[in-house]
Design a protein around this ligand. Structure first.
Ligand code: S3P
Length: 445
């Protein structure tokens, strides 16, 4: 997939000349984009998607459905039209399904494929091939799925044909929207009602989008943290039109950049502000950022708003562990914010970060230290003491968010920051360098 990649193997980021200025819209939300391709493919009728993220991760999901007989026109400028084949309309793929770098694609697809009456095999790149898959294959197996991973529980995932699945009542052992979604997707094919209980709120795009495609699912709040979702198998999805808002996880790089580069005044438009995703805003506010949400509105089933961020300088804080699942993808850039803040920032309750595209605790600690920051590594987080950053060389470990985070760090470092393995940026944010330079950053690709 790297042939379409506009970025070279490394990024070099140097001090921003002055503050970041301008009005930008970052690309479409990755989670919503994946799900819009999945649900549209399984729906009855033709769905039109606008604002789709054309990153490699979402393209892997789309390629998988095309390999299973789904016809799609696009994407072009974020527009994609998908002719749904219905819940039972997929056909056996002739080749392995390559999910590239995408954990979301692999885990959610596993939920769908585990219920099919044909066999399939899910494979991934070097980073994805090291990520834990038992978290999805265990509950799916208890529904009657027949799957096998390698001996470490990692990809490839071999999936055998089944006639049908059984419903389960599943308590998620960790706060993971991917696992919740894999079980809910399989549950659409189960003979009865499945329930999934999550120990803490995680992104709820699957639940919202199921409803948008006309599939009932009941959400019961058991306490402020615990939620149970119930879904009855045997229903159908009906085609709809989806307008994908901008990804707050991509916007986060610019929220932090504008908060650490003196003189910045930046506006980010049309950002998804689903409350299961806005932990970054709460954390930055707790660090003293001047970040204002304006023009709140609803687009499709999702809340959307614009943001205005002005530089005022950040101070360290103890990040509330309850905010971790609500900002799970934003921790690499939050670590950069912490390293530039005045005082100490503590991150805890974040062990899940070790199971992302890289071990984001270890890799951020290594990278921040390479730039001269004072960091203590803990099993479930880290303690960062803010101060001036120097230049240095960073390994991204095939992790897009690590590469982009250190590119932002380069805006305040005293010497250039060179990042290798930056080609993975295209998995979630293909025009990152262009947008960054447009608002005044200084990045060479
Ligand atoms: C995602 C869920 C999160 C997140 C990932 C996208 C999703 O993973 O890190 O980038 O779309 O469901 P977990 O749910 O495993 O934490």
């Amino acid at each position: 997939m790297s042939t379409q990649n506009p970025l070279k193997q490394s990024l070099s980021s140097a001090k921003a000349a002055s503050g970041l200025k301008g009005v930008i819209r970052v690309p479409g939300d990755k989670s919503i984009s994946h799900r819009s391709v999945m649900f549209s493919s399984l729906a009855e009728g033709t769905s039109h998607i606008r604002g789709l993220l054309e990153g490699e991760d979402v393209m892997a999901t789309l390629a998988a459905f095309r390999a299973m007989g789904v016809e799609a026109d696009g994407p072009s400028n974020g527009e994609l039209t998908i002719k749904g084949v219905g819940m039972r309309g997929l056909i056996a793929p002739e080749t392995d399904l390559d999910m590239g770098n995408s954990g979301t694609a692999m885990r959610l697809m596993c939920g769908i494929l585990a219920a099919q009456q044909f066999a399939s095999k899910l494979v991934g790149d070097e980073s994805l091939s090291k990520r834990p898959m038992r978290r999805v294959t265990v509950p799916l197996t208890s529904m009657g799925a027949r799957t096998a991973t390698d001996e470490n529980g990692c990809p490839p995932i071999h999936i055998r044909a089944v006639d049908s699945l059984e419903p389960i009542d599943y308590k998620l052992p960790m706060a993971s929207a991917q696992v919740k979604s894999a079980v809910l997707l399989a549950a659409m094919y189960a003979d009865g009602e499945t329930s999934v209980t999550e120990p803490a709120p995680t992104r709820d795009h699957t639940e919202r989008m199921l409803r948008a495609y006309g599939y009932e699912c009941e959400v019961e709040k058991i306490s402020d943290q615990v939620t149970t979702i119930r879904l009855r198998g045997g229903g159908k999805l009906t085609a709809t039109d989806i307008d994908v808002p901008a990804d707050i996880s991509s916007a986060a790089f610019f929220m932090v950049a504008a908060s650490i580069v003196p003189g910045s005044n930046l506006k980010l438009e049309h950002v998804c502000v689903n409350p299961t995703r806005t932990g970054i805003v709460d954390i930055l506010k707790a660090m003293g950022a001047d970040i204002r949400m304006t023009n709140p509105r609803a687009i499709g089933g999702e809340p959307v708003a614009d943001f205005e961020i002005k530089y005022v300088g950040l101070k360290g804080c103890e990040i509330d562990p309850k905010l971790v699942p609500l900002a799970i993808d934003e921790f690499p850039i939050l670590c950069v914010a912490a390293a530039c803040a005045d005082g100490v920032t503590t991150i805890s309750g974040a062990e899940e970060l070790r199971h992302k595209e890289s071990d984001r605790i270890a890799v951020m600690v290594e990278g921040l230290r390479a730039l001269g920051a004072e960091v203590q590594e803990h099993k479930d987080g880290m303690v960062v003491t803010g101060g001036a950053l120097g230049g240095g060389e960073i390994q991204s470990h095939h992790d897009h968010r690590i590469a982009m985070s250190f590119a932002i760090a380069g805006a305040v470092a005293s010497e250039p920051v060179i990042i290798s393995g930056a080609e993975t940026v295209a998995t979630s944010f293909p025009n990152f360098v262009d947008l960054a330079n447009q608002v005044g950053l200084n990045i060479d690709a």
